[in-house]
Design a protein around this ligand. Structure first.
Ligand code: DQQ
Length: 558
């Protein structure tokens, strides 16, 4: 089946077959028993040296029976570098009254004594959303193959006033100043106000609902997959979920069920009152910044205690039809894991960047120095195979005419737009005849008050000749500081493009379905659709190898 082969990705995580959605939690484990296992790995899988002593575990929402949502279980995969993955047997399946309609999203918490507790939402036999506790049967198993459900599940049921079908996705727990644990669960009140409830616990089996809410935002609807984590105001390391004190801000993220968009805001957490306040109320959760401006949902982060970084993942759903998915036999992909830091240059956003391990896939590189792209022109970049790329591009502009003032620009006009200052950027996954192409571009605008605002956009409208796929233009304004060049990093993987603007201040994921710009027919170009600027581009481009993503050869199979 040709559909199946070319629309699959080569270095993004996706199951072998069937439906996947949001991940539950990703937990890095450095566990004993590893040495024994390493012999198996050396012998049968990895050809390279083993750099890490840890395994990363990915659990994801998975339908084992079909390529559409349903029968939701926890799929499980492990990796030592977040790039190469081994599929493992299902971790949790619906087999009790309290989760028989689905083992839904949850999170892991690592306790100081090394224990791991997993809280997840179960959809009960009566379609009530409850929270359940599970833990590894054998902590000394590096693969964490077996999970035990707590005998007195559920541990939490919807409190009075909360809709029984709108109460889900418990977060990783953190410790308050009193030494007890807190966690938050998303819900809504009066159908329109998105909220995050806070619970306190000492033992993960009994909980107290705290008065008040962590936060609420009118008009945002049900909050799914709430994520709540600290970021250091200065410095380049990630923080454990329980970190607190001076020099720290907190990010609150909600996945809005009404729009299927992931939104975040940066603010301050008061650990005594258990309240979070946004830095800028006009950019509150759900009405301001998005984690990703493209096709991306239900993201969650975790603290990687091994490399001292916070890592964020998101789910990239398909934008073709359910019939396509059934005929392909699979649906959806996970984004490349990204490190998250606070951007202390702007002070207003997080920075997302692909984990450094992706660089291990790089092989051929090509460099282009100061290529001039004149107004209204395109320039092919002769790089050979262009389906698996890691592109870093910087753009400088030379003004040839004075820019007219404009108000109210947004990316939706796409790359065919012409103005004095832009758009300009890359055409990825394009074929020779330009019958298919996906522009990733900058579009500076000269606003009436004399300030320059730059937009970062991805235009899918010509990405595929296939008729029944969603083709949108995505994007947002992006902060550009005075001494900065415009820069983008773009990961291309056959049918997924992840674009990082200005060091990751804005990110756009495109899920596209080229039919011509595939394999050896895919090309890369520069373009400049401005009328009044010469654009000079400097690029470094790497080809990327495929990642190894396969079933784990369990000892019994060898
Ligand atoms: N998906 C899960 C829910 C979550 C939603 C069910 C987000 O727990 O709220 O598969 O996509």
């Amino acid at each position: 089946n040709a559909m199946l082969s070319w629309q699959r990705t080569s270095y993004h995580f996706q199951p072998e077959k069937n439906w996947m959605n949001d991940k539950k939690t990703d937990l890095p484990s450095m566990l004993i028993g590893f040495l024994k296992l390493r012999q198996i790995l050396n012998a049968s899988i990895f050809t390279g040296p083993l750099f890490h002593m840890g395994w990363y575990h990915l659990f994801y929402q998975y339908n084992p029976d079909s390529a559409v949502w349903g029968n939701i279980t926890w799929g499980h995969a492990v990796s030592r570098d977040l790039i190469h993955w081994l599929y493992l047997p299902l971790a949790l399946v619906p087999d009790h009254w309290y989760d028989i309609n689905g083992v839904w999203t949850g999170s892991a918490t690592r306790l100081p004594d090394g224990q791991i507790v997993m809280l997840y939402t179960g959809d009960t036999d009566e379609s009530v959303q409850v929270q359940n506790l599970a833990y590894p049967a054998n902590l000394s198993d590096p693969l964490l193959l077996d999970w035990v459900k707590y005998e007195n599940n559920p541990v939490l049921v919807p409190p009075p006033g909360i809709e029984t079908s709108e109460y889900r996705d418990p977060t990783t727990a953190w410790t308050g100043p009193d030494g007890t644990w807190r966690l938050t669960i998303g819900s809504r009140v009066n159908t329109t106000i998105g909220i995050a409830l806070v619970y306190q616990t000492t033992n993960f089996t009994t909980y107290e609902l705290l008065d008040g809410l962590l936060h609420a935002v009118p008009g945002t609807g049900m909050w799914e997959c709430v994520d709540f984590y600290p970021v250091a105001i200065n410095g380049s390391i990630g923080l454990d979920t329980s970190a607190g004190g001076p020099g720290i801000k907190h990010v609150l993220k909600a996945s809005l069920d009404d729009t299927k968009l992931d939104h975040y805001a940066i603010g301050t957490y008061d650990p005594v009152k258990d309240k979070w306040t946004p830095d800028n109320p006009e950019e509150d959760v759900g009405i301001g910044l998005r984690v990703d401006y493209g096709r991306y949902y239900a993201s969650k982060s975790f603290f990687d205690q091994y490399k001292k970084r916070r890592i964020l993942w998101g789910w990239i759903n398909e934008t073709d039809t359910e019939i396509d998915n059934l005929s392909k036999g699979w649906a959806s992909v996970q984004s490349i894991p990204r490190t998250v830091l606070f951007d202390n240059k702007t002070g207003t956003n997080i920075l997302q960047w692909p984990v450094e391990e992706i660089e291990s896939l790089r092989y051929n590189s090509a460099e282009f120095e100061k290529i001039v792209i004149e107004p209204g022109s395109i320039v092919p970049l002769d790089i050979g195979t262009a389906t698996q790329l890691d592109i870093f591009a910087e753009f400088e502009t030379e003004l040839l005419a004075s820019a007219t003032e404009e108000e109210g620009y947004n990316c939706s006009v796409g790359a065919v737009d012409r103005s004095t200052l832009g758009p300009f950027g890359l055409l990825v996954l394009a074929d020779d005849s330009l019958s298919e192409l996906t522009p990733i571009f900058f579009r500076p605008t000269n606003t009436t008050n004399g300030t320059l605002t730059t937009y970062f956009c991805a235009d899918e409208t010509r990405s595929s000749l296939a008729p029944e796929v969603l083709k949108l233009v995505y994007g947002s304004s992006v902060p550009v500081l005075e001494d900065e060049k415009l820069s983008m990093r773009v990961l291309v993987d056959h049918s997924i493009v992840e674009s990082f603007g200005q060091g990751g201040r804005r990110v756009i994921t495109s899920r596209i379905y080229p039919t011509e710009a595939i394999y050896g027919a895919a090309r890369l170009y520069l373009f400049n659709n401005a009328t009044g600027v010469n654009v000079t581009a400097t690029l470094k481009i790497w080809q990327l190898n495929s990642a190894f993503i396969h079933p784990f050869p369990l000892v019994d199979d060898i």
